[in-house]
Design a protein around this ligand. Structure first.
Ligand SMILES: Nc1ncnc2c1ncn2[C@@H]1O[C@H](COP(=O)(O)OP(=O)(O)OP(=O)(O)O)[C@@H](O)[C@H]1O
Ligand SMILES: [Mg+2]
Length: 243
């Protein structure tokens, strides 16, 4: 459903993505990994046009999303985006944070938005915190609220950029568990993460970027095997050393 063909991007004179060609099939979970500075965030951000591209094409369900005349706001409402930082509005309750896209983008009243937002909070296991303020819930709960907020407009794709990197270790598990559930429910996901356990158990495909090049695109079993490319092997041993 998302197709990258020969996508290249430069920041000024520096090429940060080099001829990326790959597909995220509908209903699949792709994990995007690679060393710092390899272009993971940049590639993720091209999907909702937070980053322009200079060469190649990205299509979602066949539509060229970087074409002139694309309604960027409409494009973005069809893609849930989750960042490392949750960016919840501190003065709004958990429920109000999740209601906001429905009110702002769908033009719903509070009365209309509340039940759908509540359903979404139930789905992420936080119905009982609906009336809390963000300051009164944990980091893991905050990220689950952010995920609920990104899903409330029922996007076709969820793009996540290191959703657990800002969390204390004991809170990583609850967020990964939620992502696993969404994956099993058939959500199409593209997730930048260093959580190799998640990559191994949940992803359908792993993309490995190095210096802007897609050096590996395959199933987890191949990625974690002895026969993986040497760049993958050394990346994995570096990840293991830091844990
Ligand atoms: N706005 C920008 N202007 C110039 N260069 C940038 C900009 N954003 C990123 N870069 C550069 O592009 C390259 C890719 O950066 P990117 O943030 O995509 O890497 P990353 O794989 O997400 O790294 P990390 O694991 O540290 O998050 C890096 O060399 C970075 O310095
Ligand atoms: Mg990044």
């Amino acid at each position: 459903m998302i197709e990258f063909s020969n996508v290249s991007k430069w920041f000024g004179a520096v090429r940060v993505l080099t001829s990326i060609s790959a597909t995220v099939p509908k209903g699949s979970t792709v994990v995007l990994c690679g060393p710092s500075g390899s272009g993971k965030s940049t590639l993720a951000r091209t999907v909702n046009r937070l980053e322009p591209i200079q060469e190649g094409k990205i299509t979602i369900d066949g539509a060229d999303i970087h074409a002139a005349g694309v309604d960027v706001n409409k494009l973005r409402t069809g893609i849930g985006f989750v960042f490392q930082q949750f960016n919840l509005f501190p003065h709004l309750t958990v429920l109000e944070n999740v209601m906001l896209p429905l009110q702002r983008i769908r033009g719903q009243s509070r009365k209309e938005a509340a039940p759908a937002a509540m359903d979404m909070l139930t789905r992420v296991g936080l119905a009982d915190r609906a009336k809390s303020l963000p300051a009164d819930i944990s980091g893991g709960q905050s990220q689950r609220v952010a995920i609920a907020r990104s899903l409330v407009l029922t996007p076709g794709v969820l793009v996540l950029d290191e959703p657990t990197s800002a969390l204390d270790p004991e809170m990583v598990g609850e967020v990964l568990k939620l992502l696993r559930k969404l994956s099993e429910e058939g959500m199409t996901m593209m997730c930048v993460t260093h959580e190799m356990g998640f990559a191994r158990e949940v992803s359908d495909r792993i993309w490995f970027l190095k210096k802007g090049e897609l050096k590996f695109n395959g199933e987890p079993a191949a990625f974690f095997s002895e026969d993986a490319p040497s760049e993958v092997r050394s990346f994995l041993s570096a990840v293991n050393r830091t844990r």
